[in-house]
Design a protein around this ligand. Structure first.
Ligand code: COA
Length: 259
């Protein structure tokens, strides 16, 4: 791969978008490699968590590649948007936990990629925004929907309509960012520690809990509770649930086997 770096350490995969000279803008190559990487990690039972970050100090991802947008006709733009939405949807539908470690700019498609992750940690220099309207377009990789669901409709509209860029502190205030760290190194260490903590838990339980939240949030409440009960039932039927409960009474650490 040319545009992505991938490393794996103790059940945690690190994806680094690697186009620092273009502030890690999402070119067709980046999308292709991201899609392939997400698919291959999904099949890898040894991976529980994935941390996504950007190469260099300046940017997580500065957006969709504006050079690509320049050449799109209406039908091509529709397909481009659908394809990008699908890749980010793979993250929300994944059984793995994805953490966005945002260093520098997360604009447009970069913001949308981060919003697709399960949570966002940021370095102090992180900046978020949807500058699309300044280009005469709208966010098309799920951003209008995900941001509204996370910070509420009106706050999302303000950000999207103005195209303004907010800093990490404001993003935390709005509930976009969960933690701010003083440097990129601190940020990656914190993301890695959280990922390792999650990786020690029962993988099926974590995946089912993610599904309960992701699917349930868009359902009527009674259906969402029904879904939770069904997924709870599935979690109880796993070997890891038997092991977790047994280990509790034997006062030892559980040995989860992802079954
Ligand atoms: N698509 C394509 N190229 C991009 C890009 C993007 N989204 N974001 C940055 N780049 C390129 C720049 O064109 C420049 O390339 P060059 O060196 O060949 O001229 C390089 O990355 C560095 O960016 P530059 O603009 O010089 O950095 P800066 O520090 O002055 O400004 C930003 C940083 C993020 C404010 C500015 O790059 C920007 O506004 N980017 C576009 C953000 C955007 O609109 N995103 C949504 C796209 S839909």
């Amino acid at each position: 791969m040319d545009s992505l770096l991938l490393s794996i350490e103790n059940k945690v995969a690190f994806i680094t978008i690697n186009r620092p000279d273009k502030l890690n803008a999402l070119s067709k190559e980046v999308f292709y490699e991201l899609n392939e990487t997400i698919d291959s990690l999904e099949k890898n039972e040894d991976i529980s968590c994935v941390v996504i970050t950007g190469s260099g100090e300046k940017a997580f991802v500065s957006g969709g590649d504006i050079g690509v947008i320049k050449n799109l006709d209406p039908a091509g733009s529709y397909n481009y948007s659908k394809k990008a939405q699908k890749i980010i949807q793979k993250i929300t539908q994944s059984g793995k936990v994805y953490i966005a470690a945002v260093n520098g700019y997360a604009l447009g498609g970069g913001f949308e990629l981060a919003l697709g992750c399960d949570f966002i940690y940021a370095a102090e220099n992180a900046k978020f925004g949807f500058p699309e309207v300044k280009l005469g377009i709208i966010p098309g990789f799920g951003g209008t929907q995900r941001l509204s669901r996370i910070i509420g409709k009106n706050a999302a509209k303000e950000l999207i309509f103005t195209g303004k860029i907010i800093n990490a502190g404001k993003a935390k205030e709005l509930g976009i960012v969960l933690e701010i760290k003083s440097s990129k190194d601190e940020l990656l260490k914190f993301a890695k520690d959280t990922a390792q903590t999650i990786a020690q838990n029962a993988p099926i339980a974590v995946a089912l809990a993610k599904r309960a939240v992701e699917q349930g949030i868009n359902m009527p409440e009674d259906e969402a509770f029904e879904l939770e009960s069904t997924l709870f039932g599935i979690s109880v039927s796993t070997n890891d649930a038997k092991e977790g409960v047994k280990a509790f009474f034997e006062k030892r650490r559980p040995n989860f086997i992802n079954r």
